[in-house]
Design a protein around this ligand. Structure first.
Ligand code: FAD
Length: 475
């Protein structure tokens, strides 16, 4: 490491960003150098927290002049190690924590313009105050930031109806590798001035630019909702239930999630106050949300009931409950949103965020689970999540008492390769919503379409010729 050059850089960074915006203190940086899952730990030359876009742009320019790599970080809730620097200590961590202003909510246009560091839950609350809502939610909403959500093209539990982050971003502001500011914050319904560069930046995981602000779409607040919990004998039955829900509820269907018995038990062990929504055990559970705006509230209850009656009549559901009030609806969702931490508390596991065509998901799970458990005795394979989007989180949990590091290095890696091979055979994706980061970079290189990978590498080379933006991630 070139120490005098670093000292010179650090002094300039400090002069530019001030005490609030620059630190090289190991203790201050330490909590931000390990990813949420605890799989990756890195080192950094310093941590920059710019106050605004102009300061961030000047800092990126400084990094470009000194050849210093930058790792952008929002809430550090990402699942692919994308916000963690490598172990060289050459990179700076650039956090958007201080850029957390909601610049404007336009209630008539139903848009919010906010800075990259705004936390998702804060955006939800701000929209609610205007009788609006931002229709994207996920378990990490208390940490995940607008910039992180955009950079990973996050999904969550409402994609079925509203799409992922790509569909919700109407305008974008970002700083490019040379410090220039890309400003397309103004939302235009129609704009055919060439490539959709904003979409190129969305989902690029900080490798093409640093998102500094965005204008996002808001929807009217829902007037009422019904949250249903159904116990099913198989994932096939849950899939048939999804089709009935899509037919009968139409646009009222906001979310359709599934969880196996194992995940429900894990959450009940993890959350002492949580209670199982149904009295008996079921192999699979479906969590369904139906919503209504002000002129369809009358239909909501009858649709929910008719849907369940039809499912019972066809033998798809063994038992079901409709949340009786908002508190119970929240309790149902809390179970779903606690699966990740609850599974994490069980012990080491390799996690896969995969998608296959929705109609093939039951076949995928019914093939993959027994095959993996037979090949690696003592492991438990589970799939939970967004069945409505053909996306589940497929975890293979290590045998009890296993040493995490040794298991990841030996069996964990081989298991992941096998899962990804199966997904590829099913015509699916090895990353449905969590991105590639450093976790899946080699797998993308192994399994990705060579033409698509070549295009991505050329775009990266064109926009970041020095390779300073989030090196070692994605491509
Ligand atoms: P970080 O983790 O800080 O960063 C993620 C990536 O984005 C990194 O590559 C980072 O370099 C880059 N980045 C961050 N900010 C910027 C920026 N301003 N400009 C450029 N690049 C940037 N995700 C889903 O999609 N669906 C889910 O259902 C879901 N459920 C979750 C449940 C739990 C309990 C947790 C902890 C996480 C969950 N996630 C889910 C993952 C995570 O919340 C998302 O990936 C989220 O988008 C990460 O946001 P963040 O601000 O924490 O980003």
């Amino acid at each position: 490491m070139d120490v005098p050059a670093n000292k010179d850089f650090a002094a300039k960074a400090h002069a530019l960003l001030g005490d609030k915006g620059w630190t090289a203190d190991a203790g201050a940086m330490e909590p931000w150098l390990t990813d949420w899952r605890g799989r990756f730990t890195g080192r950094a030359l310093g941590m920059a927290s710019p106050a605004d876009t102009a300061q961030l742009a000047a800092f990126v320019k400084l990094c470009a002049d000194h050849g210093v790599p930058i790792v952008p970080q929002g809430g550090n809730s990402g699942m692919s190690g994308g916000a963690t620097p490598d172990e060289s200590g050459r990179a700076v961590l650039l956090t958007t924590r201080r850029m957390n202003a909601i610049r404007r909510i336009d209630a008539q246009a139903r848009t919010a313009t906010c800075e990259a560091g705004v936390i998702l839950q804060v955006l939800h609350e701000a929209a609610e105050r205007e009788d609006l809502r931002f229709p994207l939610s996920l378990g990490g909403k208390g940490s995940a930031t607008v910039g992180g959500l955009i950079s990973t093209n996050a999904g969550g539990t409402q994609v079925l109806r509203h799409g992922s982050m790509r569909a919700l971003v109407l305008g974008l502001e970002a700083v490019l590798a040379d410090g220039s500011v890309f400003d397309q914050l103004t939302p235009l319904k129609k704009d055919n001035r060439g490539f959709d560069l904003k979409q190129l930046l969305i989902g690029s995981e900080g490798t093409l630019g640093i998102v500094t602000a965005a204008t996002v779409k808001l929807e009217p607040a829902i007037a009422d909702r019904r949250v249903l919990w159904a116990g099913c004998a198989s994932l096939d039955d849950a899939r048939a239930l999804l089709l009935i829900a899509q037919d009968m509820a139409g646009a009222m269907l906001e979310g359709f999630e599934v969880l196996p018995a194992h995940s429900l038990r894990a959450v009940l062990d993890y959350l002492p106050d949580a209670r199982a929504p149904l009295a008996d055990e079921h192999r699979w559970h479906a969590l369904i949300e139906l919503v209504a705006d002000s002129d369809s509230t009358d239909r909501l209850g009858p649709v929910a009931e008719k849907l369940l009656v039809a499912a019972f009549e066809r033998g798809l559901v063994a038992d079901a409950a409709i949340a009786q009030n908002e508190a119970q609806a929240e309790d149902f969702w809390k179970i779903r949103e606690s699966i990740s931490p609850a599974e994490r508390a069980i012990g080491p596991a390799v996690q896969h965020d995969i998608s296959v065509p929705v109609e093939r998901m039951p076949e995928f799970v019914e093939t993959a689970v027994p095959a993996l458990e037979a090949e690696w005795p003592g492991t438990t394979a589970i799939g939970f999540g967004h069945l409505g989007d053909g996306n589940i989180h497929f975890h293979v949990i290590a045998p009890p008492g296993t040493d995490a590091e040794a298991w990841y290095a030996a069996d964990g890696k081989t298991i992941s390769r096998e899962v990804h091979d199966m997904v590829t055979r099913f015509g699916g994706s090895i990353s449905a919503e969590h991105g590639i980061g450093q976790l899946k970079r080699s797998e993308l290189a192994r399994l990705g379409d060579p033409v698509a990978l070549g295009m991505m590498r050329r775009v990266k080379q064109a926009l970041d010729p020095q390779g300073l933006l989030n090196p070692g991630k994605l491509v």
